[in-house]
Design a protein around this ligand. Structure first.
Ligand SMILES: Cc1cc2nc3c(=O)[nH]c(=O)nc-3n(C[C@H](O)[C@H](O)[C@H](O)COP(=O)(O)OP(=O)(O)OC[C@H]3O[C@@H](n4cnc5c(N)ncnc54)[C@H](O)[C@@H]3O)c2cc1C
Length: 460
């Protein structure tokens, strides 16, 4: 390495017992879809350089991924097109493999007589299953590098943590050694030898067999450059209001980075690194890093260690017990999932939040809590509420299908990472929220008006 910034070997772990061999190094890019600030790509470059072998990047396109509709593929492909250009500029090809990744990756590695495979990390069950199968089928070594988190999840804790207060000291103890600057990828890159035509992303999008009724959104520019630009703008002119105003959905005091973080178009570590150095008060900086680092990595911990993370069964036992005790309580309003989807409740505040999700692919974080808790209050059962909230979140939110989403729904509806509160109908001891609480925090009418006019503007 020539940059002075070593790749911390604790970020990587072996997924099988095969040895590195001579042959091209393949980086199976999955969750961390970026060229810069990507430890998995840097690790693959480093291996390629050590072995004096070319590097190739593959992206696998499974027949479906947790029901993602057109909106999400559109955002992802535009980001990947940018990654492809950056890779090509340094002589590295990007190849798209269509089909189930646990079949296509080993088959491609065999065809190329690969020396080893490097993958990035996700705690989600289908991805982990693909990796297990691929690791068994490959005749070369495969590594997994946590390029998504500041502290690799498996090092942060060996078990499911109870709450932010239990994981925070563990994360803080390791933060300093992991939150380091990144080397420039160009300095590491080992050109590939494969001559293949550029990917036609428009054709790929056209051919996808996905739900096309959830349309792409135009309000957020996808890709690594746009993500870095948004981070810079946030750190220059918004973070000063973060600590005081982040719970006000009208204040535009949050970063809006979650779609970029979700698709790996932005490195959380780089964002934390820059935030730690930006000019603002300690309070703003710490409030932002608490969300970006502690809360986000707590959600990763939940999904890694709780295999029922995407179901009502995954919530804490105390929460399940109290919700079941109140399962038969009288509900003042009852809606079907389709009525929720169409924003047809009696509550203009809830409807406005839902409309913003459907139309723009984004809902403010504070409204997300209110939105999910009302789904609990107005659904037939807590388990049905959990499924409805997750379905709508993952169907419409650009940052959906993310550990933060699973943890967010489980927090709002199932008391995850929270404590029991005073008991009340339907909620039992789950923390309650209502519209008058919102009205004390922000101008509810302004929020309703702005969300409703924005959604009408896109309708006409
Ligand atoms: C019901 C519900 C559903 C949610 N679904 C998702 C989802 O699908 N995807 C998603 O990324 N987040 C989800 N969240 C968490 C949180 O609301 C979003 O991360 C946040 O609103 C994103 O906006 P931002 O980037 O402007 O956040 P900022 O306030 O600017 O925070 C910066 C980053 O910190 C992280 N962060 C912020 N709040 C949280 C939190 N409560 N838990 C974990 N990490 C957090 C995110 O990565 C975020 O991008 C959900 C929360 C709830 C209550």
């Amino acid at each position: 390495m020539n940059s002075g910034h070593e790749i911390d070997q604790r970020r990587a772990r072996r997924l099988n017992l095969r040895q590195d061999q001579r042959g091209p190094v393949i980086y199976w890019m999955s969750r961390d879809q970026r060229f810069r600030h990507n430890w998995a790509l840097l690790f693959a470059c480093h291996k390629a350089r050590l072995l004096q072998q070319p590097l190739e990047v593959v992206f696998t396109l499974a027949s479906s991924f947790l029901g993602a509709p057109l909106r999400h593929y559109d955002f992802m492909f535009k980001g990947l097109a940018e990654v492809e250009r950056s890779l090509r500029d340094t002589g590295i090809p990007l190849i798209v493999l269509s089909g189930e990744p646990d079949v296509t990756v080993p088959a491609y590695a065999e065809e190329r007589r690969a020396g080893l495979v490097v993958s990035d990390f996700s705690p989600l069950t289908p991805v982990r299953q693909w990796k297990r199968n691929a690791a068994a089928a490959l005749s070369c070594a495969i590594y997994e590098v946590d390029a998504h988190n500041i502290v690799p999840v498996w090092l942060a804790s060996p078990k499911q943590e109870y709450a932010a207060r239990t994981i925070r000291p563990r994360l803080e103890a390791l933060r300093r050694s992991f939150c380091t600057p990144f080397p420039q990828p160009e300095a590491f890159c080992q050109p590939g030898s494969l001559n293949c035509p550029p990917v036609n992303w428009d054709d790929l999008l056209e051919m996808l067999d996905v739900d096309r009724s959830v349309k792409p959104v135009s309000g957020i520019t996808p890709g690594e450059a746009a993500a870095e630009d948004r981070l810079r703008r946030f750190l220059v002119s918004v973070i000063d209001r973060y600590a005081d105003e982040r719970n006000d959905p009208n204040a535009e005091a949050v970063s809006g980075l979650s779609p970029y973080l979700h698709f790996g178009q932005l490195s959380a570590q780089q964002a934390a690194f820059e935030a730690a150095r930006c000019e603002t008060s300690k309070e703003n900086r710490e409030a932002f890093i608490e969300e970006l680092f502690v809360r986000r990595e707590l959600a990763e911990n939940y999904c890694l260690y709780n295999e029922k993370y995407d179901s009502f069964d995954g919530i804490p036992e105390w929460a399940k017990a109290t919700l079941m005790e109140h399962a038969a309580d009288q509900r003042d309003y009852l809606y079907t999932p389709e009525e929720f989807e169409a924003a047809k409740t009696h509550d203009p505040l809830w409807n406005a939040a839902q409309l913003s999700l459907v139309e723009s692919g984004v809902m403010h974080g504070y409204m997300r809590m209110y939105w999910a808790k009302k789904i609990l209050e107005w659904s037939q059962s807590p388990a049905a509420a959990f499924d409805t909230a997750l379905w709508l979140n993952d169907r419409y939110a650009l940052d959906g299908r993310d550990p933060n989403g699973y943890a967010g729904v489980a927090w709002s509806i199932g008391g995850l990472h929270d404590r029991p509160w005073s008991e009340r109908p339907v909620y039992g001891k789950i923390r309650y929220m209502n519209a008058s609480g919102c009205a004390r925090k922000f101008d509810v009418n302004r929020y309703i008006a702005s969300m409703t006019s924005a959604s009408q503007a896109t309708l006409f």
